[in-house]
Design a protein around this ligand. Structure first.
Ligand code: 3H9
Length: 709
């Protein structure tokens, strides 16, 4: 077995290389081996200094996340944390200058190891971060103690509460990284280490207090941070816990601060929040793996793309290709529509430029990759086309028939439909094996999620290519089946239905929205619909009724249709579920909507009553889990994690609750089933329990546990 950590003496420098692919995580054995190698360097008479570096594409990406779930008791956590703290102190006690040479990423425990080294150097493309909060924990190897000593309390709070991977230039400005090296990392780091051996010698981070000399100001920064977290943490606990650990180190000193960190970490690592976020971490990565499409399935090379339709979605999709450096043709039917679409694209880029996110040169180069056109000229050269025309089946069929004629035989034909039957227009194209759905979320250039919709005849090559393209565009592609609304919109219909019914039963619009935001959603269902446009849903409902279908099984509230008929489309018309002052996006409750809800309740014989926050959450999340279970059983999603990833990235379901399926597991499936049965008795047949959910609840299993069986 290859060594996890190698030791080599080169030109009087001990080169210590961590080699634990794919990301050099601190799996069991790695911290021990680093410590042993550093001790060897300390005692090696020929070594004047030491460099710690990562093999492969990165430095150390942190603790091995797979092992968190094996920590099941507080004692076990305390023991493990104390051991790593002791190791890092011993590493820091190395009598010779020890330099961390960073490329790729130094994240979590990786950055903590680097901060226990005496110096840090990095290549310009490196990124560093303390992303533990994204896993529901806090830095657990001294990060909350060493980072404020290097970079100050405010910077440490930002890093530890937001969990971002920041560019090394920022880390260097803050004092986390000592030098950015443009040349060969190892050679330059060795030179730097020898330089330090002759000049400053060792410099222990734990003895420094550069950032927190003014303790009162640092404590005030902690108080301010807690205040700010009320908005940004959305109910998660870990960011607060990180601030507590940082404050302890400021007030009590390094040693006591470390002890507090160890204790706080133990509380976090055993929490449901952490279990949820760790599951989600792996679910995101698993989503890229399609069970019956092997990793080595051939994929098509994408050199030129095209988008049909330059509306909001089409324009956003074209931007995605351009941003990834892929030239793209953008086709419209009229010059006016094309000009409008291009103007929006330009405006988006200008906004990014104004915010300093891109340079003028980058803007010009990216825009030049988008070629506007009114014809299909050049489509015979294209490798993938994405159709983003109006959501109308007849129009889609015509478009796919045209695309089948004008593109080369192996071109992938993708549709951005959010609800329609892929197979219907796949047939119209004449080559359904190359047809696939790629449902982007709005705004398409911003939202990370893409539902990749597998048609009945989509070939494995087409699926593998669509997944690869999503990754190349920086998106998270999740494969779903071709049912109405796919996964995201099928489930949101059930989510919205419960919100409407609760409104009729007596809860107000703002009570429902407030309950959901308190639960952790970024916006409540009604505020969300005011942003998206009440007209969008109403038109879909009209279409469905015209073909004899319902968006979600069960009773439909008339209230959204009444609002539509009144021209209250939401923010864009100044009123919807709420009203808005001119120029303002602040929702103001509108008594008229309460009146409409009362009228609907009377018409449908519903006796209005007070509805508690708990009931709102229970009804809405239970509806999601029940429909999610149907989707799983029908095979339209491969794994509960896929549904959770879709909900977290598509609709902002709180990460710390893991997604609707994981959340149901934490509530307990027997409890969820008991609720469904009660709702079924009280509210009718649309609350029939999903057979899969019933089965799992009866057999004492969970959605996630069911995967192993
Ligand atoms: C921590 O450090 C706690 C400490 O404070 C206290 C204790 C010391 N562990 O994302 P990718 C796998 S908490 C295990 O597709 P990329 C990943 O599952 C940790 N496995 O690649 C995947 O496996 P597979 C703090 C890990 O290039 C493969 O590596 N650190 C870990 O898009 C490739 O991953 C973090 O939170 C891990 N730590 O992105 C960093 N990391 O191929 C988490 C990755 O079988 N990691 N894997 O599906 C990341 O953010 C990204 O993976 C990274 C690479 C940016 C590193």
């Amino acid at each position: 077995m290859p060594e996890l950590v190698r030791y080599e003496l080169r030109d009087h420098v001990a080169v210590i290389t961590v080699d634990n692919p794919p990301v050099n995580a601190l799996s069991p054995g790695v911290p021990e081996a680093i410590e042993a190698a550093v001790a060897r360097a300390g005692g090696d008479p020929d070594a004047h200094a030491a460099v710690l570096i990562g093999a492969g594409s990165t430095f150390i990406a942190g603790a091995d996340i797979r092992f968190f779930e094996t920590i099941t008791t507080r004692e076990a956590s305390l023991e493990r944390s104390r051991a790593i703290h002791t190791r890092l102190r011993r590493i820091e006690d190395c009598p010779k200058p020890l330099v961390a040479a960073i490329h790729g990423t130094a994240l979590g425990g990786g950055l903590e190891v680097a901060m226990a080294c005496h110096y840090r150097v990095a290549v310009p493309s490196a990124r560093v971060g303390q992303p533990e909060v994204l896993l529901g924990i806090i830095p657990g190897a001294g990060g909350t103690q060493r980072l404020p000593r290097l970079a100050g309390a405010e910077f440490a709070i930002e890093m530890c509460t937001l969990g971002q991977h920041i560019p090394v230039t920022r880390a260097a400005e803050a004092g986390v990284v000592d030098r950015i090296l443009e040349g060969d990392l190892l050679a330059d780091a060795m030179r730097f280490a020898l330089e330090k051996a002759q000049s400053d010698g060792v410099r222990k981070t734990r003895d420094r207090n550069t950032g927190i000399t003014d303790g009162a100001a640092a404590v005030a920064a902690c108080a301010q941070a807690r205040h700010g977290l009320k908005k940004t943490a959305r109910g998660a606990h870990a960011p607060y816990a990180a601030v507590d650990a940082i404050q302890a180190g400021i007030e009590l000193g390094f040693d006591a601060g470390c002890e507090r960190e160890i204790e706080i970490f133990a509380g976090c690592v055993l929490s449901t929040e952490s279990r949820a976020m760790v599951r989600l971490f792996f679910a995101e990565r698993e989503a890229a793996k399609v069970p019956d499409v092997p990793k080595d399935t051939p994929t098509r090379e994408i050199r030129l793309a095209a988008v049909v339709g330059a509306g909001t979605m089409g324009g956003g999709i074209a931007m995605n290709y351009a941003n990834a450096g892929i030239p793209v043709l953008l086709k419209e039917v009229t010059q006016e529509a094309l000009d409008r679409g291009l103007a929006t694209i330009r405006r988006n880029y200008e906004t990014s430029f104004a915010k300093g996110k891109i340079t003028r040169d980058h803007l010009d180069r990216t825009l030049a990759l988008i070629t506007p056109t009114l014809t299909y000229d050049g489509f015979d050269q294209v490798d993938i086309v994405t159709e983003a025309v109006f959501e109308n089946m007849d129009l889609k069929k015509v478009t796919f028939a045209e695309l089948g004629r004008v593109t080369k035989p192996d071109c992938i034909l993708a549709s951005n439909t959010s609800t329609l039957d892929i197979d219907a227009f796949a047939r119209a194209s004449g080559r359904p094996a190359q047809v696939i759905g790629t449902h982007y979320f709005s705004p398409a250039n911003v939202m990370k999620l893409v539902e990749i919709v597998r048609g009945r005849d989509s070939s494995k090559e087409t699926i593998a290519t669509a997944m690869k393209v999503a990754k190349r565009l920086g998106k998270l592609g999740v494969l779903v089946g071709n049912c109405f609304g796919f996964v995201a919109n099928r489930m949101i219909a059930y989510y919205m239905r419960e919100a409407y019914l609760l409104l009729e039963e007596g809860a107000s619009v703002s009570e429902i929205d407030h309950a959901l935001t308190k639960f952790g959603m970024p916006v409540g269902p009604f505020a969300m619909q005011d942003i998206a446009g009440i007209d969008v849903g109403a038109r879909i409902r009209q279409h469905l009724r015209s073909i004899g279908k319902h968006r979600a099984e069960g009773p439909e509230s008339p209230v959204p249709d009444w609002l539509f008929e009144m021209g209250r489309y939401g923010q864009k018309t100044g009123s919807g579920w709420y009203r808005y002052e001119p120029g303002s996006r602040t929702p103001i409750p509108d008594p008229l909507v309460d009146e409409l809800a009362r009228k609907a309740a009377t018409e449908r014989g519903i006796e209005r009553r007070a509805v508690s926050e708990d009931e709102i959450i229970a009804r809405i999340t239970t509806a999601l889990a029940n429909e999610g279970a149907n989707i799983l059983q029908e095979g339209f999603a491969a794994r509960p994690g896929d549904i959770d990833v879709i909900y977290v990235y598509g609709f902002g379901f709180p990460r710390h609750r893991g997604g609707p399926m994981f959340y149901a597991d934490t509530v307990g499936l027997p409890t969820v089933l008991e609720r469904i049965r009660r709702y079924h008795d009280q509210l009718g047949d649309h609350w029939l329990p999903a057979p899969l959910l019933e089965h799992l609840a009866h057999t004492g299993r969970t959605f996630y546990g069911s995967q192993a069986g």
